[in-house]
Design a protein around this ligand. Structure first.
Ligand code: C2O
Ligand code: CU
Ligand code: CU
Length: 511
């Protein structure tokens, strides 16, 4: 068992979102407790040796979040969120991407190391309504909790808000050898943390809730359940927690300050387990934790909170004693080799509200902002120039890679940042140094994962190139997307309103 138990959130408290004027606090639910929804596992269409075939369908649906009216929602093979997709390392995966929505979408595999920009599924890979597109790739990375979400710039935030997000789990032989709970839905639980506001007739109204610094709602919605409880029938439970909110940070802790142990971060298993009583996640980050309910007895309740708002009640039932001990060392993560000639690249995230930018520019899908050779390691220094007072923590995310975190303002990264990551919260005034190596060629986006910041232009893109196999890419353009969105919504292109556009217009910039 890990010796040290950390007791703080590590991040700079002054920048917690509670300090910002537009912040929408979570409210304590007065609704009846309901069993936590567990997303079903997506069944393969067919398996043929090492080849597996799936169909992922983006669809409209209705969800019973509250009593009375159902809420109109979107999801993947489900009315809201999605069925969980499981890949095995080394598997050759074929996916039909089917769009049954009334508007275009893309299927972005957040955290998956696949070629860009089409397989990766960012804004260059639209699937129009009624279309089915095919991708295939080999799973080439360790066991991890990843996710799938929509990414049609500048409407990513609205589509995710409607429900387009699902878990993607990678399994491998190393993970299988470790003493982790892994009975899906029983003691291995995916947990997506989101928040919503319910308007008239229990509907979402994204435009009404719009805030260029990120849309929030007062109601916590966990796996699509409002005020959930979970029946604990094993002493140890593994939670695969994803901050799937558009903008909210979650500051997690249990009643009685019950300690828990993090075993994995975004890109997979940590080299060593890290114990704490408090854990903060910024948008799109994942943490797999093991909670030991050993000191509780049948009938007890343990509550998971964010700040002082209860999120889930764990109802303790009889369980068999489980005295498995985690090893002090979990996996070896081969260090990315650098030397004195390793280049240092600088990325600056600046502004708030409509002014957000990367390197003083807003995103342009036709512009490649940087290039890096596949297989070569570079340092990336990511700076957040917001002021400590009133500034925001920007969760910085990169497509196409799992990076190493070298330092925060020259100091050691947080204790749970020694594994591979694809998203990292950068405090105001801070520079986080990463080691980045692309394994696959392509054009990949990097951006703030407050999704409204991303749609508002706090995003750039890099070409990872292989000099032996030069490629040219067909990049999507805003005109094509605007026309398609306009047609689908039955308006003239000049009358089309997508929230992210406001950030460009207010700055007098063209998308
Ligand atoms: Cu979670 Cu650009 O993505
Ligand atoms: Cu991503
Ligand atoms: Cu941001």
């Amino acid at each position: 068992m890990t010796k040290k138990i950390y007791k703080d959130y590590f991040f700079d408290e002054k920048a917690f979102n509670t300090h910002d004027g537009g912040y929408v606090p979570l409210e304590r639910s007065n609704k009846e407790e309901k069993p936590l929804a567990i997303p079903p596992l997506l069944k393969a269409d067919k398996v043929n040796g090492n080849d597996i075939y799936y169909t992922v369908e983006a669809q409209e649906g209705e969800s019973q979040f509250l009593d009375g009216h159902k809420t109109k929602t979107w999801g993947y093979n489900a009315p809201f969120l999605g069925q969980t997709i499981v890949f095995e390392k080394g598997q050759h995966v074929h996916i039909n991407l089917k769009n049954s929505l009334p508007e275009l979408t893309t299927f972005h595999w957040h955290g998956l190391n696949v070629p860009g920009p089409i397989t990766d599924g960012g804004c260059h890979a639209p699937v129009y309504p009624g279309e089915v597109k095919k991708i295939d790739f080999t799973v080439d990375q360790p066991a991890a909790t990843l996710w799938l979400h929509a990414h049609p710039c500048p409407s990513t935030a609205e589509q995710v808000w409607k429900g387009l997000a699902a878990f993607v789990l990678i399994k491998d032989a190393k993970e299988l050898k470790l003493p982790f709970p892994r009975k899906y839905g029983i003691n291995d639980i995916p947990l997506v943390l989101q928040d919503r506001r319910f308007h008239e007739n229990n509907q979402f109204d994204y435009l009404k809730d719009y805030d260029p610094d990120g849309v929030q709602g007062p109601t916590a919605v966990i796996n699509g359940t409002v005020n959930p409880y979970f029946d604990v029938r094993s002493q140890k439970i593994r939670l695969r927690i994803l901050d799937g909110a558009n903008r909210r940070e979650w500051r997690l802790h249990f009643s009685d300050d019950l300690p828990f142990v993090q075993i994995a971060s975004d890109g997979g298993i940590l080299p060593e387990p890290v114990g704490f009583t408090h854990l903060m996640l910024t948008c799109a980050e994942r943490a797999e934790v093991i909670v030991d309910f050993g000191k509780y007895k049948e009938g007890d309740k343990v509550v998971l909170y964010s700040d002082d708002i209860p999120l889930i009640t764990f109802r303790i039932h009889a369980f068999e004693k489980d005295d498995t001990v985690l090893p002090d060392h979990l996996v070896d993560i081969p260090e990315m080799k650098t030397d004195k000639n390793t280049p240092v690249r600088k990325v600056v995230m600046s502004g708030m509200d409509e002014e957000v930018m990367i390197d003083d520019k807003k995103f342009d899908m036709q512009r490649i902002d940087s290039r890096q050779q596949v297989g070569k390691v570079e340092y990336w220094d990511i700076t957040n120039t917001n002021k400590m007072e009133g500034g925001m923590i920007h969760p910085y995310h990169m497509h196409g890679v799992q990076f190493e975190v070298v330092s925060r303002n020259g100091h050691e990264p947080y204790p749970n940042e020694h594994g591979l990551k694809d998203t990292i919260g950068v405090n105001p005034g801070e520079t986080v140094r990463l080691k980045v190596r692309f394994e696959k060629a392509g054009v990949f986006m990097y951006h703030c994962h407050i999704i409204e910041h991303e749609d508002g232009g706090m995003m750039a893109q890099i070409e990872a190139y292989d000099p032996d196999h030069p490629k040219t890419y067909h990049l999507m353009d805003m005109d094509t997307l605007t026309k398609a969105f306009a047609k689908e919504r039955g308006v003239k292109p000049e009358d089309l309103h997508l929230s992210g556009m406001e950030s460009y217009e207010k700055m007098g910039m063209k998308m």
